[in-house]
Design a binder for this molecule. Structure first.
Ligand SMILES: [Zn+2]
Length: 337
């Protein structure tokens, strides 16, 4: 019995020891897993923090700079040629570069952030052409039939300013179309380094044709472009033409040749850009706005508002961009730029 009792005690001790060893073992395993888990969490956080710091460092390291466009280019939402187009940016526009990605610049323009192709930009600021262009948006909301001399010293009197034609299909007035294009042309020419003088920027003015020429004269403009659209009783007639004074003009024959060159360059480039039928250059000595001019001058009749196709085209924003680029290309061609 005594031995049995001792055996029982021994068995108890062994059992307690076994439980202790198993307990310790479980404790160790549990702790080992706990340590590993914490380690993993810490490593993950450290990795994330490192990446975040790297990103911040890169942002800090990116020194913003300025570029200028060397062509009319697309402003996109993402850095690829299929990216959604935000808008089109004209040549010589200034852009703030805030990032770069493989051939693309992340830029700020017009209050928006997007991407442009790097190859159409330069870090060199475009120089001014040093040329002054006067743009006269023909007509105004109300004509003025009061008379003024048709040229310096002329006894021939003509209405100060007429009402112009209107779109047979669109119903738009010529004075509206003329100013729309004139304002877009101003933006395009300024972007190309020209100084631009406008004879009017609203419809509610009363400026005669003689006074429009005088605006250009007193501004010392190098050339004047008078923006008009045509009308005809024959609705089938379409196309564009420019007008220049003839070499026998009694008031401004001294500007006849250069005006002809300007008119030729503008109508050719305009029709090339738009596909408008080219009716060439017409010489005329009856236009008050030309006769009072002291510098090369042209009138562009951009198309026939009485023709359904011309009229509709001339109200289309994409077509208008082509019209403006065509006229501006003509100005560049005239100055050999
Ligand atoms: Zn007109």
């Amino acid at each position: 019995m005594k031995l049995n009792k001792n055996l029982k005690i021994l068995l108890c001790i062994v059992a307690v020891a076994l439980v202790a060893v198993i307990g310790l073992f479980i404790f160790l395993i549990y702790n080992k897993n706990a340590v590993d888990y914490k380690k993993l969490v810490n490593e993950d956080n450290a990795q994330k923090a490192m990446e975040e710091n790297e990103k911040l460092a890169q942002q800090d390291a990116f020194a913003e700079y300025t570029v200028w466009t060397t062509d009319g280019i697309k402003f996109r939402e993402s850095p690829d040629a299929e990216g959604e187009i935000i808008s089109t940016i004209s040549k010589r526009e200034e852009l703030r570069v805030v990032g770069e990605e493989e051939g693309w610049l992340k830029v700020e323009f017009d209050g928006k952030t997007g991407y442009v192709s790097k190859q159409y930009t330069t870090t060199e600021e475009p120089t001014s052409t040093g040329k002054i262009v006067c743009i006269d948006a023909g007509h105004q909301r109300y004509g003025d039939s009061t008379k003024e001399p048709n040229g310096p010293g002329s006894s021939s009197m003509k209405a100060r300013v007429t009402g112009g034609t209107s779109g047979r299909t669109t119903g738009v007035s010529e004075y509206e179309l003329n100013l729309d294009i004139a304002l877009k042309l101003q933006e395009e020419l300024e972007a190309r380094g020209y100084e631009v003088v406008m004879t009017r920027t609203s419809h509610d003015v009363n400026i005669s044709n003689k006074e429009r020429a005088e605006v250009a004269n007193s501004a010392g403009a190098d050339i004047t472009i008078r923006i008009h659209a045509n009308g005809s009783d024959n609705t089938g007639v379409s196309g564009a033409l420019t007008m220049a004074p003839s070499s026998s003009n009694p008031y401004c024959s001294n500007i006849a040749n250069e005006s002809y060159d300007l008119s030729r360059d503008i109508i050719d480039q305009y029709c090339a850009a738009t596909g408008m039928k080219n009716q060439g250059v017409t010489t005329t000595d009856t236009m008050t706005g030309i006769n009072w001019c002291q510098m090369p001058v042209t009138i562009i009749e951009m198309g026939y508002m009485t023709n359904a196709t011309d009229d509709t085209n001339m109200q289309d924003p994409d077509y208008q961009s082509k019209m403006v680029i065509g006229i501006a290309n003509g100005v560049d061609a005239y100055f050999g730029l």
